[in-house]
Write a protein that binds this ligand. Sequence first.
Ligand code: DAT
Ligand code: MG
Length: 151
Amino acid sequence: MSSELSYIMIKPDGVQRGLVGEIIARFEKRGFKLVALKLASPTEEHLGKHYADLKDKPFFPKLVKWMASAGPVVCMAWQGKDVVKTGRVMLGATNPLASAPGTIRGDYALDMGRNVCHGSDSVENALKEIALWFPEGLAQYTLAAEPNVYE
Ligand code: DAT
Ligand code: MG
């Protein structure tokens, strides 16, 4: 099995709208392995580290303020073949109106600032994000389904 990891986060809107189970189910059913999962209530400072690449964008202050105050987020690390790119495809485009039906954002969102979920955009950023959100480390186990997911 590929050891590639992605950091997938359900944003406060996704939690409040009851989409946690739905989003987890999509990653599980696709064949990915869940290696970390928790609720968190991040500070603006922590979110500033997560979104460090966007610090100079005009929407940054509003983004981190909202993410820190609208309720908890669900933090996950998923493992498997091409999980970074495939996870982004499953999420859809940043702007939900440009997301195809069948994607999470294309099925459940309309506004850019309420696009339900986050997914790492590169293997390198995934490792940084997982280190930031899961300093306690990841679960180590064998996924029983593996021989039926990978040839
Ligand atoms: P993505 O979450 O698809 O990786 P991003 O990393 O460029 O997108 O931006 C992070 C989040 O910031 C995004 O999910 C929603 C918000 N955002 C991005 N561009 C925006 C914009 N032009 N106006 C308002 N919010 C925006
Ligand atoms: Mg991004």
